[in-house]
Design a protein around this ligand. Structure first.
Ligand SMILES: O=C(O)CCC(=O)C(=O)O
Ligand SMILES: [Fe+2]
Length: 442
């Protein structure tokens, strides 16, 4: 998990105001105060970490968190629903063939409803409702078992990530570790790459089984990208800013969820090193859990996503590969929800291990990217909510993610060409990260 959104108040210059509005919900009360209110309103079984996750997902609104969690309790009561054994929603019978200009996904958008969770199991349903593909029984059984055993051996070395939420420093309620394929990279990453505002001291080399599986994942992800583009993109064209190059993983975050309470809140992954329109190959092993996704709705529509649409829960069984396609990080948020009950896995017990294979771009090495006034490489973000600037990329001070740091107000619109390359990359074709309707420019 790379990026949690910090809601710190920052001073803005007029140039930055429009872009910043996506994070500008007023927060007059402290997080402690909100947690205290939630604690008094809700079932005492919800831990602080879970309540914080929900606050993050619902833009700090106590009212919406209360509503969401009361809905969860109602849905789970009196029969507690298992995260893995919910009803089967096979929606294939509703599937429409893509028509000109209308993708299969937009044709079926109305299937998600306000305040509801749509549970999806079948690959056809998943790809029709979200920018994701899922492949079940992905690896040969013996390979999956070897990788799971190797990762179970690694898991005790994982740690919880610390991040900033409003004025509080919190830990993500699961453990993780960052792996890179080359030893040289591992060394560089500890001193040069910033994640959530800090240099990661604990970067290690990809393990042998992970490396073997990386080739299998790479082949499958490239096939899925091709299929997604052909069958779901208008005119079968890749997205603006999406790289046309072969997807070649060279790093991964490995996550461990030990028991149903461990989770990760709604977030988008940080684009700083992945670049625009990133694709991620996410392999699940061990206990089956729910991966939840929801579309980001522009703020100017006056309603949060939770008001206008429901969320989608994708069932992730052992040995499944989920491909998060290029629409995902800019336009959707994802999470792994806490589960009331889980079905132990014969090898992993209560643990779910997840490898998110990623393709870090050479040309986004921090030696090339802009530095903020704190003299630290800036983070790359995309405007997700503000309608006028939605979809534009910007470089910003990293410090919103750093516990204890208030940071500078550094902001600069990023320049990227249609393939997501910055000006310093070979073959740069000209900046197209400009307001919609204008030609090439700034
Ligand atoms: O555990 C998962 O399936 C997702 C993890 C995740 O979102 C991340 O590593 O960024
Ligand atoms: Fe993520």
């Amino acid at each position: 998990m790379e990026a949690f959104i910090s809601r710190k108040r920052r001073r803005r210059s007029s140039d930055t105001a429009t872009a910043w509005k996506e994070d500008s919900a007023e927060e007059p009360e402290s997080t402690d105060y909100k947690l205290a209110i939630l604690g008094s309103l809700l079932d005492p079984g919800y831990s602080q970490a879970i309540l914080l996750d929900y606050l993050l997902a619902y833009d700090g609104s106590v009212e919406k968190v209360t509503e969401a969690l009361l809905n969860v309790s109602r849905a789970d009561s009196p029969r507690k629903r298992s995260a893995v054994s919910g009803y089967q929603s096979s929606l294939s019978s509703f599937a429409k063939q893509p028509r000109d200009g209308i993708t299969a996904q937009t044709a079926k958008k109305q299937m998600t409803k306000k305040g509801k969770t749509l549970h999806l199991y079948a690959p056809d349903d998943v790809e029709a409702h979200a920018p994701c593909s899922i492949i079940h029984n992905f690896l040969p059984q013996d390979v999956a078992t070897r990788l799971l055993q190797e990762l179970l051996g690694e898991a005790p070395t994982f740690s919880k990530e610390t991040f900033q939420l409003f004025d509080r420093t919190v830990e993500s309620p699961h453990t993780m570790r960052f792996y890179v394929d080359s030893l040289h990279e591992a060394e560089e990453r500890q001193t040069q790459y910033v994640y959530n505002g800090s240099y990661i001291a604990d970067v290690v080399q990809t393990t042998p089984e992970m490396l073997e599986v990386s080739d299998i994942v790479s082949k499958a992800v490239n096939e899925e990208i091709e299929r997604r583009t052909r069958d779901f993109q208008p005119g079968s064209k890749k997205l603006k800013f999406q790289s046309p190059d072969k997807w070649q993983p060279n790093a991964s975050f490995v996550n461990c969820y030990d028991g149903g309470k461990e989770s990760v809140g709604y977030h988008s992954d940080q684009l700083t090193y992945l670049g625009p329109r990133a694709v991620i190959g996410s392999l699940s092993l061990g206990v089956a859990r729910e991966f939840r996704v929801r579309r980001i709705i522009p703020a100017t529509e006056g309603l949060s996503a939770a008001d206008t649409q429901g969320q989608i829960a994708i069932h992730l069984p052992h040995n499944s590969l989920l491909v998060m396609h290029a629409e995902m990080q800019e336009e959707w948020k994802h999470s792994v929800a806490p589960a009331q009950t889980i079905e132990p896995h014969p090898l992993a017990g209560n643990k779910r291990l997840n490898v998110t294979y990623r393709c870090y771009k050479d040309y986004l090495h921090p030696k090339y990217t802009p530095k903020c006034k704190c003299n630290v490489p800036a983070v790359l973000r995309c405007v997700q909510k503000q309608t006028v600037t939605r979809g534009r990329y910007m470089w910003m001070c990293h410090s919103g993610y750093t516990p204890g740091q208030t940071g500078c107000s550094f902001f600069d619109w990023a320049a990227f060409d249609e393939d997501g390359k910055p000006p310093w990359a070979d073959g740069f074709k000209g900046n197209v990260n400009v307001p919609s309707g204008s030609g090439t420019g700034t």
